[in-house]
Write a protein that binds this ligand. Structure first.
Ligand code: ATP
Ligand code: MG
Length: 206
């Protein structure tokens, strides 16, 4: 799959799903690296609606997460944001995300679903993998030195890519805000300001 020749007339579209609560530089570097590596024309970030796997914690309002994603990606002409998951009622399933994005971009787009390698293993565990593979190529992001091989996955449908070590997570950003610690440079400047303006992640506000 690596450096596969471009099929004439086909657009390569990355799909970066996430809670983005908040979006941080780990997400942005991962999208940028995958876009470069696979020669993607565009990466569409898709903030989840109500995340199925994170039901145990109160996730920020979809509109706040959507707006933060727009702010963080606005300066990159190849990055865009989709509302498909935010606008669909109920929990978000990757299969619905891919169906909706495919519908929007049409048959001339090849989709590359970008996700963390661990999240990827979970998705393929509990959703119908064969239908997912019909809709997209899957790219799992790993940290250097952390290899993940799954012999059960079909040839050519899943790739792994090493992302430069960025030990940034949304959880840590939220925790830092709650404890009054800075998040400058872990997230884009506009995200620091948006979080402050909306009072997100402060102690006592779930
Ligand atoms: P949380 O800490 O709440 O789990 P998160 O930082 O993992 O949040 P998500 O919105 O859950 O953020 O992640 C969206 C996608 O981005 C996931 O597939 C995740 O594996 C991937 N991702 C998250 N952080 C990084 C990072 N630092 N580098 C590369 N990919 C990342
Ligand atoms: Mg995570």
């Amino acid at each position: 799959m690596m450096n596969a020749p471009r099929v004439q007339g086909k657009r390569r579209v990355g799909v970066m799903g996430g809670t983005f609560d908040p979006i941080h530089h780990g997400h942005l570097v991962a999208a940028s690296e995958v876009a470069h590596h696979y020669d993607l024309d565009e990466v569409v970030f898709v903030p989840t609606g109500r995340p199925y796997q994170k039901a145990e914690r109160e996730v920020s309002a979809p509109e706040d997460r959507y707006l933060m994603t727009v702010i963080a990606t606005a300066s990159n002409p190849r990055f865009s944001v989709s509302r498909v998951d935010v606008d669909r009622p109920g929990p978000t399933f990757t299969i619905d995300t891919l169906r909706d994005v495919k519908q929007i971009y049409g048959p001339d787009a090849d989709l590359y679903f970008i996700t963390g390698a661990d999240a990827l293993a979970a998705i393929l565990d509990w959703q119908d993998a064969s239908e997912l593979f019909d809709l997209a190529h899957f790219v799992g992001c790993t940290r250097p030195g952390h290899t993940l091989r799954d012999p059960g996955l079909p040839e050519g449908k899943v790739s792994l890519i090493e992302i430069p070590a960025l030990a940034i997570s949304s959880s840590e950003c939220r925790q830092r805000v709650e404890q009054g610690e800075p998040i400058w440079y872990l997230v884009p400047d506009g995200i620091v300001q948006y979080i402050g303006k909306r009072g997100l992640y402060q102690a006592g506000t779930a």
